[in-house]
Design a protein around this ligand. Structure first.
Ligand SMILES: [Mg+2]
Length: 251
């Protein structure tokens, strides 16, 4: 018989932990622009997107919700800025592209489930764990997860838009713990961001694991995390959970 796990709640990041975009953002933007009669290089759009997204997140954190923006308006502005940085100054030409892209990124067909995600979630459920999402995402997430067939695995989906705070703010983790009626010491978070997921959850008193991709880990990050908290793939999660028995979370 399987051992009773000490962990009762497992919270999950979504983007690049369980799902990812099917095509690079620059390509999506370039395809949509072409469909609207605008030729713009995908590489230029990809670079511009990174810049626009960082600038918008810095000026208007968490979708600018306490500055009077809606998450939709926030995203439309990111697209306008992206095209502007890629050399397209005609706002009127870009506005319908932005609206279309907002719709496209709401659609499950733009996203793909990462390998091993479904099996891991199912196995966690089978072991009696409560599962929930904690994601710096907007209101579209719930429908995307439904469309990808993942929503059924989670007790609830908590986005930064709904919570009012983005990770790594400990308040979003505390809100999830309250919703689940679980103490932080018996909860663990899984995600691919060292700062938002791994450190954020630990600052809230939870255990956490860092999902890593094929690229080499930043040596500073690698040296600051115990090896057993690093997941080279999601299939490493259950053994890692077993080895947490009797340990206490710490930064
Ligand atoms: Mg992520």
């Amino acid at each position: 018989m399987a051992r009773q796990l000490q962990i009762r709640l497992l919270t999950w990041d979504v983007k690049d932990t369980l799902v990812r975009v099917c095509r690079p953002v620059g390509e999506e933007y370039a395809n949509k622009a072409r469909a609207h009669g605008l030729q713009v290089e995908a590489t230029a759009l990809g670079q511009a997107f990174g810049q626009a997204y960082r600038a918008q997140s810095h000026s208007f954190p968490n979708y600018g919700l306490n500055r009077g923006l809606t998450s939709r308006q926030w995203w439309l502005d990111v697209v306008l800025q992206t095209f502007r940085l890629a050399g397209v100054q005609d706002t009127q030409a870009v506005a319908p592209i932005a609206k279309q892209l907002y719709e496209d990124f709401s659609s499950p067909s733009t996203w793909q489930v990462l390998e091993g995600a479904e099996n891991t979630l199912r196995e966690c459920r089978r072991r009696g764990l409560k599962l929930a999402v904690i994601s710096n995402f907007d209101r579209r997430l719930e429908d995307i997860l439904v469309g990808l067939g993942l929503r059924e695995h989670f007790d609830f989906v908590l986005t930064s838009e709904a919570a009012g705070w983005p990770k790594p703010d400990p308040r979003i983790f505390h809100k999830a713990l309250r919703l689940a009626h679980v103490e932080p010491a018996v909860a663990a978070h899984v995600g691919d961001s060292y700062r938002c997921d791994y450190q954020g959850a630990r600052a809230a008193g939870m255990h956490s694991f860092l999902v890593v991709g094929p690229e080499p880990l930043d040596p500073i990050v690698r040296d600051s995390i115990p090896k057993e908290h690093i997941l080279p793939s999601l299939s490493h999660l259950l053994p890692a959970l077993d080895s947490l028995e009797g340990t206490t979370p710490g930064l």
